[in-house]
Design a protein. Structure first.
Lengths: 503, 331
């Protein structure tokens, strides 16, 4: 695979932000036509390096060579003309326009008169492009009607339409289900076969071992290692990324299920899911998994009273549901961490302290007035219990790292002992080190007697953490697998999730 | 750490930008008017002039912090002023204090009720507040004229005048503290405490910062929205009756364009129209800024038309400075 000249050479690339050295003389090579993974904790410098390569920001020092020639990339257009394309975690699509219109945005074929768009040609070109890389997305559909996975494919197609030779994928799998991930992998392999170099950023080591040819580890803005994937193993990678050895990826926990804390019978929400029944016991962790759109998140929202017109019965302690509002579910002792902490969880511009005390403000107030000293001490105690430094308390929540944001969300619900805690994708966008800490917190919660329902599309996490695994497929709970021995296989879950098997 | 230090300085600048701008304007007005601006009776006059719209601006700040807007306040001033006047006139036989108290209560109740209906529609049906309160603005103005058959309501209890034009403790303090100004100061203190120190205030900020997050934290989003419109409507009602007291008449034509003046004071005071960010102190300063400017332009005998041009320019400039400083701070 190694050819004479590397496709990209980073040579002592350095970038300093006020107070932070984001990149400190980072040097490594990327071979052409391969998948090169980049791993590291949040703040390690991965994103900064990719932004420099894509022209979104400029390096303070150092050189980048492409095919051996030094290049100056000072803006996104420069990057584009050098064949570098990037797909960010947050998509840049116009939701009301069609797929074709998005792919060729700003470059639509026009008629001579009045600049009218040649739609037939536009759709044709898009169809051809999609066929070339084996994409199956309707080109005339409006982007807002597509699934997240399809939108990502549109972004990739958009990048490729510039005849990219380097494609940067920033956490592409964070929004995908296992099935969709397979499609992404197929497309990525298709592209490398055509000589495109793919830089793949991910927190998920399984993917990296499955897809990547080589891997670079960054830590605290420094280059740690670059090696062919064959020469490394998981433990080494984690150790290098975190900078200290991790005993296990998933902390162990002794499971001692107690009384039933949440009893769900025949729960249905029209158009989302139907006939869901299960019990959740004190001290156990139950995972709920399945494809995106299988209804997992809807079930979580329904349990928490966050969506309307839910039928069936629900018992949480002495209270009966379905609950009509999150406020009511909260009174029944249910806590909920939403999937998208930035959109559904945090007040990003407000101090972390306010975010932490938001769900139980009555505990830190009297007659509707805050007792400021009590609010600070309560928030402080929660933060130190979860290992966030106290100085973060008055910083806006938006300034925290993904891991600390997630911990702040957890802290919000730990203020009172909760009977049932529902976690929707608790480690999404969280780096390896913080992941371990969050797993430890989840285990701690269960050990203290909470019933934990964890929704996750990351199968290793599901298998490593859960005592039982519920699998959903097209709005139905198709099976609950006993995972007391952590012995359930990914294949068993996947078969259920795509509707192929019954347990 | 010099970077951290300059950052602190910048934070201070951002935090103190409004007082600094106000102080500069006061100094400039004093110099340009040859000291006439700074005379006590003129300052008292400025305070009294801003007190009516300023009072409503505190409620409007709550509404805007939730991410809403209330265009009906100007019309409510007229409607509630007329209703209060009608009640007081019809109670001509009763003791004046009772008549005035009843008139005030009715004015506030009508304002609160219309705020309640707007708020209920906004919260329940998720219709943009702009549209709902625009409709309320038109209807309230119409009802104001209908209620009094288009004629101002006179023959009000003579003691009512104290509420609009009187001074607090005139025998001791002299003409230092107009009654509306005292109301303004008390309201400022209450609303500042509500926004920064109470659970309700935090809920208002949470709803405006991220409505979905607030809902999923178990905050009663609809109730919070409803309450801010009730508060603002009630304040407009109170202001309406006080304004009738000032004119000694319930006039259906008053309050024209007040909604925009009120919104201007709130926005000049640094409250974000996108919600989630705002302070009562900022609103008070915003109201003062506009009041000082109007007053000094009057003293300088600037033509009325030019006053509008200058006022528009100042609102624009204040917003630009605000945006610029915040962008610097965000870096």
């Amino acid at each position: 695979m190694q050819t004479s000249t590397p496709r990209i050479q980073f040579d002592a690339v350095t970038k300093t932000y006020p107070g932070v050295r984001a990149l400190d003389a980072v040097s490594f090579d990327v071979s052409p036509g391969c998948v090169h993974a980049i791993v590291g904790e949040n703040g390690a410098g991965k994103s900064t390096l990719m932004k420099i390569l894509a022209g979104a920001t400029r390096a303070d020092a150092g050189t980048i060579r492409i095919d051996g020639r030094p290049v100056a990339i000072s803006n996104a257009r420069d990057a584009q003309t050098r064949g570098i394309a990037i797909v960010y975690q947050e998509f840049n699509l116009a939701p009301h326009l069609s797929v074709s219109e998005n792919v060729f945005l700003g470059r639509w074929p026009r008629r001579k008169w009045f600049g009218l768009v040649r739609f037939a040609e536009l759709h044709e070109r898009t169809t051809r492009l999609f066929r070339d890389v084996g994409l199956d997305v309707p080109v005339r559909a409006r982007v807002e009607t597509l699934s997240v996975a399809q939108q990502q494919m549109v972004e990739i197609a958009k990048a490729l339409s510039h005849s990219a030779r380097v494609l940067i994928l920033d956490e592409p799998s964070a929004v995908l289900t296992p099935g969709e991930l397979a499609t992404l992998f197929r497309v990525v392999r298709e592209m490398t076969a055509r000589g495109v170099t793919v830089l793949y950023i991910s927190h998920r080591l399984d993917e990296i071992f499955e897809l990547a040819d080589s891997v670079t580890v960054l830590r605290d803005g420094r280059h740690v290692s670059t090696r062919p994937i064959r020469e490394v193993d998981r433990r080494t990678l984690i150790r290098e990324a975190v900078g200290r050895p991790l005993e296990e990826e998933f902390p162990a926990r002794e499971s001692r299920p107690g009384e039933v804390r949440l009893s769900v019978r025949d729960l249905s929400a029209p158009g989302r899911f139907a006939g869901v029944s299960f019990d959740l016991r004190a001290g156990e962790v139950v995972a709920l998994t399945g494809m995106v759109g299988s209804g997992r998140s809807s079930v979580a929202m329904a349990l928490f009273g966050a969506i309307g017109s839910v039928s069936g019965t629900l018992r949480a302690g002495a209270m009966r549901g379905p609950f009509r509002s999150p406020a009511e579910a909260k009174r029944a002792g249910i806590a909920f961490l939403p999937e998208d902490r930035k959109r559904e969880g945090l007040l990003l511009a407000r101090p972390t302290r306010e975010n932490v005390t938001l769900a139980h403000m009555s505990d830190v107030s009297a007659a509707g007035f805050f007792i400021r000293r009590r609010e600070r001490s309560v928030a402080n105690a929660l933060m130190s219990r979860l290992g966030i430094r106290g100085s973060a308390l008055e910083e806006p929540a938006g300034a925290l790292s993904g891991g600390n944001q997630q911990k702040a969300m957890l802290a919000r619900w730990l203020q009172r002992p909760c009977d049932v805690i529902i976690l929707d994708e608790p480690t999404r966008g969280v780096d390896v080190g913080a992941k371990f800490e969050i797993y430890a917190i989840i285990n701690d919660l269960a050990t203290r007697g909470a019933a934990v329902l964890m929704i996750s599309s990351e199968l290793p996490e599901v298998i490593g953490m859960a005592d039982r695994i519920g699998v959903m497929c097209r709005g139905r709970l198709v099976g609950i697998l006993d995972n007391a021995g952590r012995a359930v296989t990914q294949e068993a879950i996947l078969r259920l999730a795509v509707g192929e098997a019954h347990p | 750490m010099s970077a951290a230090f300059s950052r602190d300085v910048l934070r201070w600048l951002v935090a103190l930008r409004m007082p600094v701008i106000l102080a500069a304007l006061v100094v400039a007005s004093t110099i340009l008017t040859g000291g006439r601006f700074a005379q006590l009776d003129n300052l008292v006059n400025v305070a009294r002039q801003i007190s009516f719209e300023g009072l409503i601006a505190f409620g409007m700040t709550l509404v805007i912090v939730t991410g809403g807007i209330d265009l009906s306040v100007g019309s409510l001033v007229a409607l509630c002023g007329v209703v209060g006047a009608l009640v007081m006139r019809s109670m001509g036989e009763s003791p004046p204090a009772l008549a005035i108290a009843t008139g005030l209560a009715c004015g506030i109740a009508v304002g609160g009720a219309i705020g309640l209906s707007s708020g209920a529609i906004i919260a329940r049906f998720a219709i943009p507040p702009f549209i709902v309160t625009l409709a309320a603005m038109l209807m309230a103005r119409g009802f104001a004229f209908i209620a009094c058959h288009g004629e101002p309501v006179y023959e009000l209890p003579s003691r009512l005048m104290w509420l609009g034009r009187g001074f607090v403790g005139e025998s001791v303090l002299g003409r230092m503290l107009p009654v509306p100004v005292l109301v303004l100061i008390v309201a400022y203190a209450c609303f500042a405490v509500v926004l920064t120190r109470t659970v309700f205030g935090r809920q208002v900020i949470a709803v405006g910062s991220n409505e979905e997050a607030a809902r999923l934290a178990g905050i009663a989003v609809r109730r919070t929205k409803l309450i801010v419109y009730v508060i603002t409507g009630s304040l407009a009602g109170l202001t309406g009756v006080m304004h009738s007291a000032k004119l000694m008449a319930g006039d259906p034509k008053v309050g024209d364009m007040w909604e925009l003046n009120v919104i201007a004071a709130v926005v000049v005071g640094g409250t974000s129209l996108f919600g989630g960010r705002g302070t009562m102190t900022g609103t008070l300063i915003g109201a003062l800024l506009i009041g000082v400017l109007n007053n000094s332009l009057n003293l300088l005998q600037v033509e009325h038309f030019w006053q509008k041009v200058v006022l528009g320019g100042v609102i624009l400039a204040a917003s630009l400075i605000d945006a610029g400083l915040r962008r610097l701070d965000a870096r």
